[in-house]
Design a protein around this ligand. Structure first.
Ligand code: AMP
Ligand code: MN
Ligand code: MN
Ligand code: MN
Length: 286
């Protein structure tokens, strides 16, 4: 029998319901065309696209897992926790996500005020033009606006020059706690997964604390193969998964054909000798 690792699963991407540029339906079509067999849409702090995504997945013959990517504050940094296979009607989960989205409007106004200080006017109104979901204005929408007015050549440059710590459009923000995010997902029947761990600017001790506390709260997975990791980081986090007894996930983190360097379904397979998250979620796959 083929190893269960050999499955074209893509369990991380974004639609217009958060900061992606494609609809759930168009993403499903693209995933299927790229050979994805098991798919999850994981919009930031939002599950409003889940029904559409599941229906579109089924129309294209793909299996589907519910998904979201929750913004969490841990040790003063923003960490992303992907939830997979939860009940999308769970009231506590819905309320938790709503609270997490809550501060985004005020934060966006502060981002715009910071940008105004360096001569970029009306960025709030500008960013809003790119927003598909009024509850989910994100830094990505500001980045698209700044590229379109010619302030930077691409969104990466916008983040580097304007939207990260110490830059004029950076606003520190308090998201959900790690404990709550893991609990919401787990209590709704899903599993919590640490997203793209190589992206956080943690010391070795802080990273160890993240994984230890995540496990203690009931977290069960880690992204090993993601569009945010290098090949060396696949190996590193495969080791971390084994060390902490976590299942491994795979996802492109696709946002847009113009911005994302990793397309849906185009990542390497998971390394062997890891438990894929979809093995733990067999009874949640639709
Ligand atoms: P927010 O949730 O509003 O803080 O926005 C975070 C989003 O910005 C992430 O999910 C990414 O899509 C995007 N992002 C973060 N850092 C970068 C970067 N350096 N370059 C491009 N996009 C980024
Ligand atoms: Mn994003
Ligand atoms: Mn993320
Ligand atoms: Mn993401």
């Amino acid at each position: 029998m083929e190893s269960v690792s050999i499955l074209n699963a893509d369990l991380h991407c974004h639609s217009v319901v958060s900061d992606g540029t494609m609809t759930p339906e168009d993403l499903a079509a693209r995933a299927a065309a790229n050979g994805v067999e098991l798919w999850a849409l994981t919009d930031h702090d939002e599950i409003g696209g889940q029904q559409r995504a599941a229906a579109a997945a089924h129309a294209h013959g793909m299996k589907y897992l519910t998904g979201t990517e929750i913004s969490v504050t841990f040790a003063g940094e923003t960490v992303h926790i992907v939830g997979l296979g939860f009940d999308a009607d769970d009231p506590r989960m819905k309320q938790g996500l709503e609270e997490t989205r809550g501060g985004r409007g005020a934060r966006a106004r502060e981002i715009a005020a910071g940008l105004a200080q360096v001569g970029i006017k009306d960025a709030y109104e500008g960013a809003l033009k790119y927003v598909g979901n009024p509850e989910l204005i994100s830094r990505t929408h500001f980045a698209r606006f700044l590229v379109d007015i010619g302030a930077c050549k691409d969104t990466n440059e916008v983040f580097r020059k304007f939207l990260t710590d110490g830059k004029p459009g950076y606003v520190p923000h308090r998201w959900a706690s790690l404990r709550h995010a893991v609990q919401w997902i787990t209590d709704a029947g899903g599993i919590a997964v640490i997203a793209h761990p190589a992206r956080y600017k943690f010391t070795a001790n802080e990273e160890y604390a993240l994984f230890t506390e995540f496990k203690a709260h009931g977290g069960r997975g880690v992204e090993v193969v993601t569009g945010s990791h290098t090949a060396a980081e696949y190996v590193k986090y495969a080791d971390t998964a084994r060390e902490f007894g976590l299942a491994a996930s795979r996802g492109s983190d696709f946002h847009s054909p113009d911005e994302s360097h990793t397309d849906l379904g185009k990542l390497p397979y998971l390394p062997g000798q890891l438990t894929p998250v979809w093995e733990l979620l067999a009874d949640r796959i639709r």
